[in-house]
Design a protein around this ligand. Structure first.
Ligand code: PLP
Length: 369
């Protein structure tokens, strides 16, 4: 099997699997229980929080704030946007965002728009300096900025530390939310609220985290027993949390190696005809989106699947539904129809990319005949 769909999800690493099993075996207590088993679960959770805080910034200085565990980034994004926006009266308040957000942000923004917020969605294709354009759209009425660090379809990247710094300089009251699912452990991050997801970094599905900067407060989305400082009720999945921490510590993705692999793939693709590249040099190197003109995405995807080569036709979350995201990134409709997304992890090899390109060439031949 050649798995090149790591932006959709990753294989849980052995450190994560081990930590999940060990925790189930020996530390299965309820973190709210006052006995020893409960205390030990609480300790696992506190340690995992520290690891996440240290990993979040992508620099040597950990971000200053707290972390709540969520079921994933969909919950993290919903909690951040709804929990923060409840602090404002919508009328006359602006939210600045992008036209390339994941549905777990985009759909919440539409809800907030229905509630009376003015939502401004900028498309990268319209700007040379997109980060600057987002900053420029912030005014004294801007309650929230919500932007993804890295786009899941092409790897398009926003300069998050600059965005955060300059938005705050313009309006210190504006809350900045970052969907960092594809950027976590890959690019420098900052923000008042940051959502990340375990299953994109070799942890299991069903676990994520929401960072809340010191001084920020949000209303909870899920109320109940008051766990996690009453910000996210529900018994904490301690096994998944331990696995998440283990995966962060074991993470071995390396930008320089990804850049080498991307360059290799682009060279191999250049040997084929009618290929358009949708991920430019400004994108993170582990996501490479390209169009094989004349072969629709689904045909290519299923043809590759015959040889157990797994890629994506775009965002796996949209299950083949046409998203406007590629268009907002400047990809024509025609190219979007034949877009293929290859997303790498540290285990992928040049040999696997050779096999991918060989099968693409064969598929082009077959479709032409
Ligand atoms: N945000 C982005 C950019 C994503 O790529 C995804 C998943 O693909 C999500 C949010 C949702 O994350 P989760 O699957 O953890 O709910």
């Amino acid at each position: 099997m050649i798995y090149l769909d790591n932006a959709a999800t990753t294989k849980p690493c052995k450190e994560c699997r081990q930590a999940v099993c060990d925790t189930m075996e020996t530390a299965f207590g309820n973190a709210s229980s006052l006995h020893k088993l409960g205390t030990s679960s609480m300790q696992i959770m506190s340690r995992a929080k520290r690891t996440i805080l240290a990993a979040l910034s992508g620099t040597k200085t950990p971000l200053d704030g707290t972390v709540i565990f969520t079921s994933g980034a969909t919950e993290g994004n919903n909690t951040a946007l709804l929990g923060a926006s409840h602090r404002f009266r919508p009328n006359g308040k602006r939210i600045v965002s992008t036209a390339i957000e994941h549905p777990s942000v985009a759909k919440v923004l539409t809800r907030l728009e229905d509630d009376g917020f003015e939502v401004v969605r900028l498309a990268p294709k319209d700007y040379e300096d997109f980060t600057g354009a987002l900053i420029g759209a912030v005014d004294e009425n801007t309650a929230l900025v919500s932007a993804m660090a890295v786009n899941n379809e092409t790897g398009f990247k926003i300069d998050i530390p600059r965005l955060y710094r300059e938005v705050k300089r313009k309006n210190s009251k504006t809350i900045v939310h970052i969907d960092a699912v594809q950027g976590f452990l890959k690019v420098p991050l900052d923000g008042d609220l940051i959502s990340v997801s375990g299953h994109k970094i070799h942890a299991s599905k069903g676990i994520g985290a929401l960072f809340i900067k010191k001084g920020q407060n949000i209303l909870p989305l899920i109320s109940g027993g008051g766990q996690q400082g009453d910000l996210r009720s529900g018994t904490e999945p301690i096994e998944l949390i331990a696995g998440f921490e283990a995966a962060i510590k074991a993470y071995s993705g390396d930008t320089a190696k990804f850049a080498e692999m991307k360059a290799y793939l682009l060279d191999r693709l250049a040997e084929l005809e009618n290929i358009g590249i949708n991920s430019d040099a400004l994108c993170v190197p582990n996501i490479i989106n390209f169009s094989v003109r004349g072969v629709r995405s689904e045909i290519m995807l299923h043809s590759l699947e015959e040889d157990e080569i797994y890629v994506s036709s775009g965002s796996a979350c949209s299950r083949g539904k046409k998203s406007g995201v590629l268009g907002a990134l400047g990809v024509s409709d025609k190219d979007a129809d034949c877009a293929v997304r290859v997303s790498l992890c540290a285990d992928n090899t040049a040999k696997e990319l050779d096999a991918l390109c060989m099968k693409i060439a064969k598929t082009i031949e077959r479709v032409r005949r």
